[in-house]
Ligand binder design. Structure first.
Ligand code: PGA
Length: 219
């Protein structure tokens, strides 16, 4: 059975107390998660509380950040470095289309972020918008997220997502390809049952603990 990555991307949502209530409402211990890696990508501000909840509950959930600084530690006011994030998280989303669009992140900058992530022991989840997106040569996990499917309620077809996933596996040294864009508990299985799709990156539907539980269960 292939391993599935089920990733919550909370974007700029949830205070510390909201993150705590969400975690306490998730209760995934009974799901038997041997072949599922559950990763919560919260804002930096919620990572410390989530880390302590995971330790206290002996939970297998992993943490991820949604971005890292393009700079190493040093005089970069306002930035959070890969080294700092590694204290809390094992993964980091890099190159989400919202960052490319709203923060003008270039391929060069994103490739540098991937280098820093790897240097500090973080696994990058590199986002691509289609087969035309450049990916760094050392990408192991990529997430295919077509822009028109993000937050719209109109996901890509599982067949097209499968074609994109198999393209990246055939042409690059990519081990895992995830799909993201309007994934819900109702459609998740259509994607995860495709042979080359190894999981999902979930935005809006991950904000509700019950819905995210159902996504994990149905995947
Ligand atoms: P969505 O977002 O699930 O709300 O479409 C996915 C993402 O942007 O990662």
């Amino acid at each position: 059975m292939k391993k599935l990555y089920i990733i919550a991307n909370w974007k700029s949502n949830k205070t510390e107390s909201e993150a705590k209530s969400w975690f306490q409402g998730l209760k995934i211990e009974d799901l038997g998660l041997t072949n599922k890696e559950i990763i919560i990508c919260s804002s930096f501000t919620a990572l410390p509380i989530l880390k302590s909840l995971i330790i206290n509950h002996k939970s297998s959930i992993k943490l991820g950040a949604q971005d890292i600084s393009v700079f190493d530690e040093g005089a970069y006011t306002g930035e959070v470095s890969a080294k700092q994030i590694k204290e809390f998280a094992d993964y980091v989303i890099i190159g989400h289309s919202e960052r490319r669009k709203n923060f003008m992140e270039s391929d060069k900058m994103l490739f540098e972020k991937v280098e820093l992530a790897i240097q500090y022991g973080l696994t990058p989840i590199f986002c691509v918008q289609g087969t035309g997106t450049q990916i760094p040569s050392n990408s192991t996990i990529i997430a295919y997220e077509p822009i028109y499917a993000i937050g719209t309620g109109h996901p890509d077809t599982p067949e097209n997502a499968e074609n994109v996933a198999s393209f990246f596996k055939k042409n690059y040294n990519v081990q895992h390809v995830l799909y993201g864009g309007s994934v819900t508990s109702k459609n998740v299985k259509e994607f995860t049952q495709m042979p080359n799709i190894d999981g999902v990156l979930v935005g809006g539907a991950s904000l509700d603990a019950q819905e995210f539980y159902a996504i994990i269960q149905n995947a």
